[in-house]
Design a binder for this molecule. Sequence first.
Ligand code: 13P
Ligand code: SF4
Length: 376
Amino acid sequence: MSVALEPLGFPPYRELSNELLNERIIAAKRELGKKLLILGHHYQQDEVIQHADLNGDSYQLSKLAADSQDCRSIVFCGVHFMAETADILANRPEKLDARHGERVAVVLPDMAAGCSMADMAAIRQVESAWKQLGEVIDTNDLTPVTYINSAASLKGFCGRHGGIVCTSSNAKAVLDWSFAQRKRVFFFPDQHLGRNTSLKMGIGNNAMPVWNPHEPELGGNTLQAIQDSRVILWKGHCSVHQMFQAEHVHSFRKNHPGIKILVHPECPQEVNDIADISGSTSKIIDTVRKAPVGTKWAIGTELHLVNRLKKEHPEQEIHFLSPLVCMCATMYRIDLAHVCWSLENLVNDTIVNQIVVREDIAKWSLVALERMLTVS
Ligand code: 13P
Ligand code: SF4
């Protein structure tokens, strides 16, 4: 198979109508049959998600990639770190052996579908932080935990240093595991998920200094703060969830008596603390599905998911928690044109936009991912 760069052959797809793109996607899927698996994250647009074979949150999508059997290519409708994780899990050594070395090609339809939070922690910054921490505390007492929303190199770092990966659905179980190994945690890149989860475990903000990678010394902290720490949080956040504010919660409670506030744990502490329920995208979906008719919700997560819930649950009253539009611009990069282009290339035995994690990084990332899959 040859590998083409994205611009090659793509531009004409932009001119096609959605109707035609849908027809061609369906035809390509039919042609590829069981050899193809399309995975879709809950934040994808409806027009894309309708073509996914399976949907899920980050944890479920990792499991689906890990457990995939017959497929020879996975088209990942999500963002870059998700496709990297799928590549590592679908092509781990025992899977490759079982397929006599044949690799599952993981395709990200648009290479610009990244994650701004993942970009807030670069491996050289994490390594430099670890080195500095090693000068003032014993890093044998410190478990590095990376949120799955991070580059594979950070997962590899965690694998090499006795650490682990977490997702929004298993962060508590992962932190329990981490504290069973060592007395402190270094949590990156999302300070909010790290803080919100640790607070629920009884760890106070006074034991959670925030490490700013742009500060020249100790991430901007005093020596005392690092020595007294239980969880060192990376100064990273999701630009979408950062938009939700406590005043939005107060306003909904005032104007819609009885309303329940349902948020993702990437929201800041002041929102998370006063919400009724906080959880992963799947927990948000399940909570709404199971609620009695007539329940009122204000939901703080990505716009496409909230709009889909509104459509699927007309029997409930669903509001978007922020007055501003909070959508994930990078998830939105995946559109029908890119999906169609990727699939038709696969039909023609050409892999476009393949995500392949470097072997040494994949090896150690797998260690950290397998620890996660074992504890949750
Ligand atoms: P979930 O794992 O809850 O689906 O979250 C992924 C994500 O990127 C949230 O911003
Ligand atoms: Fe990244 Fe936030 Fe988009 Fe999730 S919603 S993929 S954390 S930028």
